[in-house]
Design a protein around this ligand. Sequence first.
Ligand code: ARG
Length: 596
Amino acid sequence: MEKIIDLIEKKIAEAFEKSGYDKSFAKVNLSDRPDLSEFQCNGAMTLAKQEKKAPYIIAEEIVKNVDMSMFEKVEVIKPGFININISKLFLSNYCNQMQNENKFGFEANKSNEIVIDYGGPNVAKPLHVGHLRSAVIGESIKRIHRFAGDKVIGDIHLGDWGLQMGLIIEELKSRNPNLPYFNENYNGEYPKEAPFSIQELAEIYPTASGKTKVKEDASEEEKLKAEEFKEKARIATEILQKGNKGYHELWKKIMEVSLQDLKNNYARLNVDFDLWLGESDSQKYIPEMIKKMEADNLIYESDGAMVVDVAEETDNIKINPCMILKTGGASCYQTTDLATLLQRQRDYNPDEVIYVVDKRQEMHFIQVFRCAKKAKLVSDKTKLKFIGFGTINGKDGKPFKTRTGGVMQLSALIDEVTKKVYDKLVENRQMSETELKEISEAVGLAALKYADLSNQTAKDYIFDMEKFTSFEGNTGPYILYTIVRIKSILNKYLENYSSIEKCEILEPETDTEKKLMLLISEFNKTVEQSYEENAPYKICSYIYELSNIFNVFYGQTKILKAEETKLKSYISLINLVKQILEICIELLGFSAPNKM
Ligand code: ARG
C-alpha cells in the first residue's frame, strides 16, 4: 500500500501545481505540534523567498486549491505553515485496507542477496555480555531484510583460528603432554572423546590467557615466564594453521565441545544462523587471494610482513596499510576476513555483505573493505557495510561487569534477568510453576533484547536491570503486557462470539481512537525506514508509541460494552493493533506469551 503520508503529499502537490508553484516544495511531514494538527507542510515558507511574496499569501492560495476529499482540515497558520488533518473516513478506510493486505500494507518488494555476518563469538571462550549486541542486533536486521523480501544468509563467523586456539593447545600440553595429539609420530586413531568437558574448557582458556598477563609490579622472572608462554602459544597457533595433524584433531575436539555450548546459548537468545562457518573455513582461499593481490601488484613486503596500501587521497586521517600476512606467513584477523569475502563471493555473489560488529573495530573494516575492493575479491556491485555498535556499560559508565568485577557471562546475565522477571510474576500471579518459568524466560528475553534494540545501535548504553524489566515505560515487558492485554480482551469477546472476524472498522469517534488509527497507518513507513537505515530502534519507538496510545484508548473505551457494529469495529481495530505489535516484535526477535 502506498504510505499515507505519500498520499497526502500527492494531494498537496496537486494544489501547489494548480496554484502555479513547483510541486517539489510540497513536502509533508508529521506535525511537530500534534496538539495543533496531524501533518504539516512548510513549503510556502521556503517558496516565499524565491517568489518574493509573503508566505501566508502563498499558503492561502494553495489551501484554496486543495481537493478536500481526504482531509478534515487544511488551514494556514501564521506566518505560512499549512496544517493538515486527515479525514476520519479516509483513515478508517486505510485501516480497513490494511487488515486485508498481505503484511498489512508493507510492500515487500526487495530482492537483494545479502550475507550478514553477526554473532562472531570466539570459540572456547565463554560468551559474555559483549557478545549480546552483535547477536541481538544482527538477528533483528536479518529478520527485517527478510521481511522486506531480501534473500538473507546469516553467518556466525566464528573466531576459531586465532591465538586462543594456540593458548588452549599449549595449556593442554602442559597439563597432559602424553596425549596422542602432541606426539609427532602417532599413527593410530585419535580418541573419539574430547580430552575435556565443556566446564573444563571454560576454565582452560582463562587460565591459559591469565598466564600471558602479568601485574604491573611483576618481577622480571614473572614477566619472562608470561612472554615465554605467549610465544609458545603463538608457535602452537602457527603449527595448527600450517596443518599439523595432531593439532588439527585436537582443534576439532575444541570446536565440537564449544560449538554445542554456543548453540545452546544462541538458541536461548532466539538467534539462529544459517551458516556456522568460521575464520578457519577461509584458509583454503588464502593462496588464491594472495595470487590476485600479486597479479595486480598490490601486495608488498614491509618489515617482514606482507601488506596492501589502502590509504586514499581524500582521507583526513591516516589509514595504515592492510596487513595480509604476518612475519613468518601466519594469517591475521584481516587475512581471514578478506579470504572470507572471497569465499562469500564464490558461494553467493552477494549484493551486500553486512557486518554487525563492535564499533571499535571500524578501522579494521575500513581497511578490509578497501582492500577487498582493490583486489577485486568481491564484485563491483557488492556493497560492504559495517554496522558498529556501542558498548554496554554499568551504572559507573564503564563496561558492564559482574558485582565482583569480573566479566559477565552471557548465560549468567540471561539467568539474572529471567530471575528478576520471575520474582515480579510470582508476587501476584496465579500460575503453575512450569508456566511461570516459561513466561519468565520469554519476558526476560524481551526485556534484554528490547533494551538493547531500543537504543540506537552506535550508542553506548547503561545496563539497568530494574528499568529493563519494568512492566511500565519503554521496555520489552511493557510491550508484551500490551499484547497480552489485547489477547485477553479478544478472549473475553470469544466467550460470546465464535471467531474474531475482520469486520469493517468504522470512522473513529474520539481523538484517541483517531490517533490510534493514525499510528496503525504508519506501520509500513516505519518498517521501511528501519529497513533503509538498518535501524531496529525505529521499530521499538513505534511499538512503544502504539502501545501507549492503545493503553489510553483502552482506559477510555468500554470496548466490550459497545453495541454490535461498533463492538465488531473495535475488535477488528484492536486485533489489528495486536497483529502489528506481534509482527514488530517478531522482527525484533522475541515473542509474547498468552498471559503474564
Ligand atoms: N570474533 C571477533 C571478535 O570477537 C568478531 C568477529 C566479527 N566478524 C568479522 N567478520 N570480523 O572480535
